[in-house]
Write a protein that binds this ligand. Structure first.
Ligand code: NAD
Ligand code: ZN
Length: 369
């Protein structure tokens, strides 16, 4: 078990993570002063798998019944936020209550926004139960919901007071969800260092078997990386952009497939391949390095195809992304093994060629294993 600290504009919070972390939940809450009530927010599905562990860990602190809501992406809406706020009010939650968000990124984003807005802010503790939530969405304070016009368009920066991330919850995660999270883990070694990259190359098979030690290594490595990055740049004015490796293209691909064709992790896997091909074409990396990156990405599993989606459509979507500036796309590109640079502009034609080449490169990288 380890503890990492994250600095945010509203103070420093701790991430207790690793095997057995959940047993510290009650102690983490009791460090907070004057908590009048603890309210678990979760979904029926997550609670079915994880509820008994949470109830046990909270002990007498968790006397209130959990407030459960649908955690499908289509329910990540203001209507759900209103429903949950009203349920909190009926249950007697006051300003000194604490919310414990138990679930994946959807639960965390909704519960986080509820915590930010209910009575103008109550304390929030994240207990993430997917790999994506543990290594990404629970850290950094971004909360929010979707509008019919687009994803995550309404929200707030609202850091939790603590995060408790235990890999025990990952054992019940469906295979595709688990792999989707692993691509984020692959992202962290790419923006980290060459030693971690090499470690994951050797140990990917163990991670895929959910070997507890290998999984915990990836989890701790990723959490440490995200905690360090958002501590330096909470509002994404600079360094935090490296976390977007694979995401420039990935977000466009998710939108093009109406969020049904590719899971988030699968879309960013394609994004990492495209970024690698652009880096190769612009001599930022050599072909041996490009092959290592492509092989590591593809070692997680087969990806749903991108065939039939026109590269020009993807370019247009990238230009419209809320992270592009005045329609200019800023790429995060590998410049070595475990190293990236950010804020790079690339001519459209080069991007289109990289998108066209990506399926063949994916096939070769998978075959070369
Ligand atoms: N706030 C941020 O910084 C940030 C970062 C990345 C992603 N996100 C958001 O996170 C969401 C995706 O999150 P996700 O990938 O965690 O998926 P998710 O929350 O949709 O969960 C995936 C599925 O797994 C189920 N599940 C969760 N934990 C489980 C467990 N332990 N055992 C069995 N089933 C379990 C859920 O009920 C759901 O059906 C997206 O809405 C995305 O926008 C936010
Ligand atoms: Zn992501």
């Amino acid at each position: 078990m380890q503890t990492f600290s994250v600095r945010s504009a509203s103070g420093t919070y701790r991430i207790v993570c690793g095997g057995g972390a959940i047993s510290r939940l009650k102690a983490v809450i009791s460090k907070q002063t004057d908590v009048t009530g603890v309210f678990a927010l979760s979904s029926p599905r997550v609670w079915k798998y994880c509820g008994h562990k949470i109830t046990k860990a909270l002990g007498s602190a968790g006397a209130a019944a959990p407030i459960l809501f649908d955690d499908s992406e289509s329910a990540k809406t203001l209507a759900t936020v209103e429903k949950v706020c009203r349920a909190l009010h009926r249950a007697g939650a006051d300003r000194r209550s604490a919310i414990v968000a138990v679930g994946g990124g959807v639960v965390g984003d909704i519960a986080g926004f509820v915590a930010a807005s209910y009575l103008r802010g109550v304390r929030l503790i994240h207990v993430p139960t997917t790999l994506v939530a543990q290594i990404d969405s629970s850290i950094g304070g971004k909360t929010g919901v979707n509008l019919p016009e687009g994803k995550n368009l309404v929200g707030a920066f609202y850091p939790p007071v603590a995060i408790v991330a235990d890999p025990v919850f990952l054992q019940t995660l469906p295979g595709a969800q688990s792999r989707s999270g692993l691509y984020e883990g692959v992202k962290y070694v790419n923006i980290g260092d060459s030693k971690s990259f090499a470690y994951l190359e050797v140990n990917m098979a163990k991670v895929l078997r959910r070997d507890p030690r290998a999984l915990e290594w990836l989890m701790l490595h990723s959490i440490r990386a995200k905690a360090a990055i958002v501590s330096k740049d909470e509002r994404e004015s600079g360094l935090r952009q490296v976390l977007n490796f694979g995401h420039t293209f990935g977000h466009a691909l998710e939108t093009a497939g109406n969020y049904r064709r590719h899971l988030h992790g699968e879309a960013i896997a394609w994004g990492m391949l495209v970024a690698t091909l652009i880096a190769l074409a612009t001599n930022r990396i050599n072909s041996i390095q490009a092959e290592r990156i492509a092989r590591l990405v593809m070692s997680v599993g087969r990806l749903p195809s991108i065939e039939g989606i026109r590269p020009v459509k993807l370019l247009a979507l990238m230009r419209g992304d809320k992270k592009s500036h005045a329609g200019r796309i800023r790429w995060v590109l590998p410049v070595g093994i475990g190293r990236v640079e950010w804020g790079i502009e690339i001519p459209d034609q080069l991007v289109i060629e990289a998108i066209r080449e990506a399926p063949e490169v994916a096939r070769l990288a998978r075959g070369a294993r």
